[in-house]
Design a protein around this ligand. Sequence first.
Ligand SMILES: O=C(O)C1=C[C@@H](OP(=O)(O)O)[C@@H](O)[C@H](O)C1
Ligand SMILES: C=C(OP(=O)(O)O)C(=O)O
Length: 467
Amino acid sequence: MLLVDQTSDRAIVVPIKIDAPVGRTVTFTAPPSKSQSIRAIFASLLSVACCEGSGEVRLRNVSSCEDASASLEVAKAFGVKITESHSGDGVLDSRDVMFSSPDSGASLRTARPSKLECGESGLCARMVLPILGLFGDDTAVTTVTGRGSLLKRPFDIVAGLKAFGLLVETNAGYLPVNVSGRLRAAHGRIDASLTSQLLSGLLMALPLTDGDSTVIVENPTSKPYIAMTLETMERFGIRVRTSEDFTEFHVSGRQHYVGGSYEVEGDWSAGAFLLVLAALLKLDGVDVRILNLSPSSLQADRAVLNVLERAGVRVKFENGAFSIDRVESMNGFEFDFTDCPDLVPPLVPLAVFCRGRTHMYGVKRLRFKESNRLQALGRLLDAVGVRYEISDDSFIIDGLGPNVLPQEDQIEVDSHNDHRIAMAATLIGLRRRGGISITNASCVAKSFPSFYKVVEMVLKELNGVAG
Ligand SMILES: O=C(O)C1=C[C@@H](OP(=O)(O)O)[C@@H](O)[C@H](O)C1
Ligand SMILES: C=C(OP(=O)(O)O)C(=O)O
C-alpha cells in the first residue's frame, strides 16, 4: 500500500500484498529525461535568441519536473517566447514546448537579465553561467540564485571561466553569484573534479563566440553527461572536437544552433528506480515491463543495466520494453560510480536485498547533491537495520538477502528533501513488513512528479484493489 498525505507531506509505504502473483505482468512508462530536457531547453534558447534565421524550435516530451520548469523560466527571462502543450501520447510527466522569437522582432542578444532564479536545479544554475556571457555588454551584471538545497551546494567551481572573459563572484563559494563580462574564445582550463555541469554550459556557449577555443579539463567526472551535452549540440547542428578521455575540447566559434524539432528520450535515472522495483517484484513472481527507455541512450544511468548484471539480475529488451528475464543470484556487487553518481540511491535498495557485501566506489561527490546523499542513505540503512561503512570515496553495504524484512514496527525516515532518497526509501518500504513512513515526501517532483502515482498504479494492479 502507498498513501501520500499532502497535508503532512508524508508518504506511507507498506509491503505489496500479492495474490496469485505468478504470470502477472505490469507495464509502466519511464518519464522524460530531466537532464536531456534541460540541455534541449538551453539549446533551444541559444537557437532562438542568438542564431538569427534559425526559426522556431519544437521540443517533444519535455519533462514536467520542477528542474525542467525552473529551466524554462530561466529561458523566458532572456525574452524568448515559450508555449507549452500536452501531446497526450501517454508518457507521464511530459509536455511539448515551442520556442520562438518575440513578436516585436527585437534582438535578444543585446540585453542580459538582471536576475535568474534556478529553483533547486544544479544543472540549470551551473549551465547558465557561461551562457549568460553571450548576452548584453561588458557592463551587464546578472545575479544567479536558487532555493532550498541549491543554496547549500558548492559554486566555488567558477575560477576557470575567467580565461574566457567571465567574472563570477560567489557568496563565499555559494549562491547567489554575480556574473559579469562577455564570453570570449580562449584557451583555458576547467576543473571538473566536483561537477561536470559548468563544463557542459561552457561547451554549449563557446560555439557562439567569434573565435576558436580550447578547453583543457582537469579531473573529468560524470563523463557520459558531457557526451549527452555534445550529442544534444550535434542535434542542433553544432560540432565540437574532443579527445577520447574528455580532457581536451576544440571548439570552433561562429557556429549556429539550428531550430527544428527535437524529441527528449525517457529518463534512465528514473528508469533505474523502475528497474530495481522490477527486480524486487520479480522475486515475488511478478513481471514488469518498462517502456520509453532507449537501449542505445548515451545517458549515464543506462549503466544500471551493467550493475544489475553484476548482481545476477538478467534484464531483457523485447518489443520496446525492458523487463527482468530472471533473477539468477541477487549477490552483492562492486561498481565505480564516478561517471554515474545518481545511480547510487536506486542501487542501495538493490544492495539491501542482495546476499553479501556490496562495494560502491567513486561516491565522494554524493556529499554535494540535493542532500549529503551518503549521510542520508546511511540514516535510511540505520532505520532498517542494515550494516554499512562509509569512507572518503566508498560505500560498503552488507545485504540482508532477498526476503521481505520481517520487522513489524512502523518506522519513519526523512527524505532530507532529496528526491532520490525519497524514491530509494519507497523501494525498501515495499519489502519491509512494517513499512516505512517518509517525511518531506513531495520532493520527488524535482525529477519524477508521478513517482508515487506509478508505484500506486502497480500496487493497485497487483492487488486488484485500491492500494
Ligand atoms: O549534467 C547533468 O545532467 C547531471 C550531471 C551530474 O552531476 P555532476 O556533473 O555534478 O556529477 C548528475 O549528478 C546530475 O543529476 C545531472
Ligand atoms: C543532482 C541532481 O541534479 P542537479 O545537480 O541538476 O540538481 C539529481 O537530479 O540527482
